[in-house]
Design a protein around this ligand. Structure first.
Ligand code: AMP
Ligand code: ZN
Length: 288
């Protein structure tokens, strides 16, 4: 199966692609989605990770603390609502809310103070803001993430997608030890099921990278390693140094906490499994 083509994927029972960069699942494919998330969650539980469920939005003020909007303006998606004045709402409803192309013809928007979650782990730094950790902390969450991209491809590049993350906050050594062990754990899985995935050093997709000191730093000292199936990153292992600990004043052992995360893109894992093992459930590996 050439799953790269939307019409091939469209034939897989239980899959529906939406051209605005979103996927719908049912039947066996929804089962696969859920089993994959349970697999990742099972790895998190090996570290006694506590699970959190977070809301969809993050206050823009919080992400601004890590300069998100200057680093990734091209990825950000904001929730927009109309200014609630009667006059504004009347004008919107009265003038024909949609153009012939289906574009919403907004009148005055209300102030925008939030951003739609672009990565699951940001919620934890906001949540633990100002805390002093007496031990390393490992936590996990699954989030529906939103990243504006220049184009979309079923399962591979979506506007809205699902990310499971396992996050560790602690000293530099505690975080490094966690990331190494977690990477080994995931690699054992790839070998067991014979899924050809390579680990490659990578950098985050900064806006205007050559002018961004964080990009230059990541090039000098790689802190991101991706799980790459064919040419697609299906997950990543990230060492943030004490960047979030500093921005959100999280302390560990008398210093700003270090942090790191292991992120899994669920739709991309589904893509990898369908491409490598085919569309029939009987051919999929055991995910337990
Ligand atoms: P990152 O934080 O960029 O390392 O993203 C973590 C994981 O999320 C990636 O390794 C992908 O598996 C997944 N991911 C990132 N962007 C997208 C997207 N636009 N569509 C689908 N999955 C994505
Ligand atoms: Zn993360």
């Amino acid at each position: 199966m050439n799953a790269k083509r939307a019409d091939d994927l469209e034939k897989v029972p239980g899959y529906r692609w939406h051209a605005n960069g979103q996927s719908a699942f049912s039947g066996e494919l929804l089962g696969l989605y859920q089993r994959l998330d349970r697999l990742f969650f099972g790895w998190a539980r090996e570290y006694d990770a506590a699970e959190y469920a977070f809301p969809t939005f993050i206050p823009a003020r919080e992400l601004d603390k890590v300069d998100y909007f200057r680093s990734f303006p091209h990825l950000a998606t904001f929730p927009v609502a109309l200014d609630g004045s009667e006059e504004n709402l009347r004008a919107f409803a009265g003038r024909g809310p949609l153009s012939a192309e289906g574009n919403v013809r907004l009148t005055a928007p209300a102030p925008i103070r939030d951003v739609i979650t672009p990565a699951a782990c940001y919620h934890f730094y906001v949540q633990f803001q100002g805390e002093t950790l007496t031990a390393p902390r490992v936590v996990t969450t699954r989030a529906t993430c939103c990243r504006r991209e220049s184009h979309y491809l079923p399962l591979q590049r979506q506007w809205i997608f699902s990310m499971r993350e396992i996050v560790c906050l602690g000293t530099a050594d505690e975080v490094k030890e966690f990331l190494t062990a977690c990477q080994e754990r995931v690699d054992r899985f790839f070998k067991r099921v014979h899924l050809p995935v390579q680990w490659n050093a990578a950098t985050d997709p900064f806006f205007n990278p050559s002018r961004n000191p964080k990009y230059l730093l990541q090039q000098l000292d790689p802190v991101k390693t991706e799980m790459v199936f064919q040419d697609l990153a299906i997950g990543s292992v990230n060492f943030h140094r004490n960047y979030f600990g500093e921005a959100f004043d999280i302390q560990r052992a008398g210093k700003e906490a270090f942090s790191g995360c292991v992120a899994f893109g669920i739709e991309r894992w589904i893509f990898a499994l369908l491409t490598h093992f085919g569309p029939d459930r009987a051919d999929w590996p055991d995910l337990n």
